[in-house]
Design a protein around this ligand. Structure first.
Ligand code: FES
Length: 580
């Protein structure tokens, strides 16, 4: 059989590997054919990688092998050749010390795997929290045509007639046990009802927020975020996304065409409207850094300030993702932003159409789930960015998840030097604390934990919970699960482990929170702060070696997205030379 030249309108990147009759071309094709691939699949058609975060250790993504098959159907149907490959899967529920510590590792894996292989485009299969930003960060740094397909949320959990929201119910029930309101037997019974089906967390936690972010950015087909994992329409989404990525290669439609500043501004406003996770702040800034867009914390505060939260989902509201889908899903929300003049309508999406064109005909089927504009869940749904002598580079707070009466507060600091100190003392009835105090937790930032743990919503002391108190002001350099809630100041930068002022807060210091004024203040003189900082010694030594050392030495602050300093930017798809 003689080799047939490319049939595609232009020579594709994969033809560097497959498109000729040299020894190396034969080498590249022949080994691929051991999978039973007919010769004509190498005739110049687009080779599409299916970058899969499937893993049984990432339960939220454990169904992605099936979804990948649907994507393959679509790719074949549109005339492409699909080749599926695995990448590091960052499962939130099991990875230690934190899944966040491995987001950048996964992003590196994705970037190198795409660039090094004979691919013309890629479908990114994501689900659990960090898998979504990791794959987009990596793909954006290569900038080959890419489309994202989310695995979708789990079905609603139900326990004794009540909705059980992933994460949110767990935090609530564990507080109820400490307060003596729930028995351990009931808690164990409720465990069975939390995770009823394949899929990611069913609350508007980080996974659903990030699925919404990539839809708002234009990196998925419209409607992707909310379709439940087990709904047949999730498979349809995979199938049509497979078709579409082949067309995108034909059109040479790349992430850099979609990920514009306007697209990020649309996503920030969307996060306010959905009551999305504070984790989206970090991930979007890291993604923006990969495409050279200078997105800052101030953009979050400025753009989100006037956006009301209209999606009535836990943790801020009442319903779950399944109901959000039945109500019309994210297109309804984006349409509402467009009608309110809060959307850049002309941003391009992977569909080849504009953001507005995609959503202009969306219908709201349940106004108790997606609320009317004049009856929002929160008037100011965005992320508040606080600054002051305690957070010179910024800290974040989610007003819609906080208690209104605590948003302006002055209280005595009760300091936990690290998470072990917190765990050792929080249940002690002799702890000198009451509900007016401000709980301070250190050494939980990117370097300190390491990996910036989701412990910022640290549980209240039992002696306070038993009084019926459910919220206190808490401040840390940690993150918070998107499923969590409370008057919780997060991402304090610089972090304690980098010598930020958080490191020198002492028991008894007074702390002032002024959310409307966007201020967080340690009421200690500048001279005293300077003296304490000069005396401060980092209690944590850097890891001796391995990935943990690389992470420690190169992770940047939460205020810029916690990417590695050497990974920021787009490096393109060129490879220096052939393997032989
Ligand atoms: Fe995976 Fe929540 S733990 S999505």
């Amino acid at each position: 059989m003689t080799f047939k030249p490319a049939i595609w309108p232009r020579k594709l990147r994969s033809q560097e590997w497959f498109g000729g009759d040299s020894r190396d071309h034969i080498y590249h094709r022949s080994w691929m054919k051991n999978q039973g691939l007919p010769a004509d699949l190498f005739d110049g058609r687009p080779v599409i990688g299916i970058c899969n975060t499937w893993s049984q250790l990432t339960p939220c993504n454990a169904h992605l092998r099936d979804l990948a098959e649907r994507v393959k159907h679509g790719i074949y149907e549109a005339g492409g050749l699909p080749l599926e490959f695995p990448v590091f899967s960052t499962g939130e529920s099991a990875l230690r010390p934190t899944a966040m510590m491995y987001r950048n590792l996964a992003a590196m894996d994705v970037e190198e795997a795409i660039r090094a292989n004979p691919l013309d485009g890629v479908a990114l299969l994501v689900g659990c929290d960090k898998t979504t930003p990791a794959l987009l960060m990596g793909a954006a740094s290569v900038d080959l045509p890419a489309i994202m397909v989310s695995g979708g949320p789990m079905l609603n959990g139900w326990f004794r007639g009540e909705r059980v929201g992933s994460g949110t119910a767990l935090w609530q029930m564990s507080e109820d046990i400490k307060a003596g309101k729930m028995s351990r037997e009931d808690f164990l019974e409720a465990e069975q009802s939390m995770s009823r089906s394949p899929g990611s967390c069913n609350t508007m936690g980080t996974a659903s927020s990030m699925a919404s972010m990539v839809e708002a950015l234009g990196m998925t087909l419209s409607g992707n975020a909310a379709i439940p994992a087990v709904d047949s329409r999730r498979r349809v989404m995979g199938h049509v996304s497979g078709r579409r990525i082949v067309e995108m290669v034909k059109d040479d439609l790349k992430p850099s065409d979609v990920l514009t500043r306007d697209a990020f501004e649309n996503a920030i406003r969307t996060n306010g409207a959905i009551g999305g996770s504070t984790n989206a702040v970090i991930h979007l800034m890291a993604i923006a850094g990969r495409v050279g867009i200078d997105l800052t914390l101030d953009d979050w505060d400025r753009l989100g300030r006037d956006v009301p939260t209209i999606v009535n989902l836990m943790p801020s509201g009442k319903y779950l993702m399944e109901e959000f889908f039945y109500a019309g899903g994210l297109p309804v929300v984006i349409k509402r932003l467009g009608e309110a003049g809060l959307l850049h309508r002309d941003t391009l999406t992977v569909s080849g159409e504009t953001a507005w064109h995609q959503v202009k005909d969306a219908t709201n089927f349940n106004e108790d789930v997606i609320l009317p504009a004049d009856a929002p869940l929160a008037e100011q749904g965005g992320i508040a960015v606080l600054r002051g002598n305690l957070a010179p580079n910024g800290a974040v707070l989610k007003p819609s998840a906080a208690s209104p009466h605590l948003l302006t507060h002055r209280g005595r600091a009760v300091v936990f030097e690290n998470i072990d100190d917190y765990k050792a003392r929080i249940d002690d009835d002799d702890l000198d604390i009451d509900e007016t105090c401000v709980m301070v937790l250190k050494m939980c930032g990117p370097r300190g934990y390491p990996g910036m743990s989701e412990v910022g919503n640290m549980g209240l002391p039992p002696k306070v919970l038993k009084k019926g108190i459910t919220d206190m002001v808490r401040i840390s350099d940690a993150r918070m699960s998107g499923t969590a809630y409370g008057t919780v100041i997060l991402h304090t930068s610089p972090e304690a482990a980098a010598g930020g002022p958080l490191a020198i807060v002492r028991n008894g210091d007074m702390i002032e929170l002024d959310m409307p004024g966007r201020r967080i203040h340690l009421d200690v003189s500048e001279a005293e702060i300077a003296r304490r900082l000069a005396e401060w010694k980092n209690p944590v030594a850097p890891p001796a070696s391995g990935y943990a050392r690389l992470f420690h030495d190169h992770v940047q602050g939460a205020d810029t997205g916690a990417d590695f300093d050497f990974l920021v930017g787009c490096r393109g798809n060129a490879v220096p030379r052939d393997s032989h």
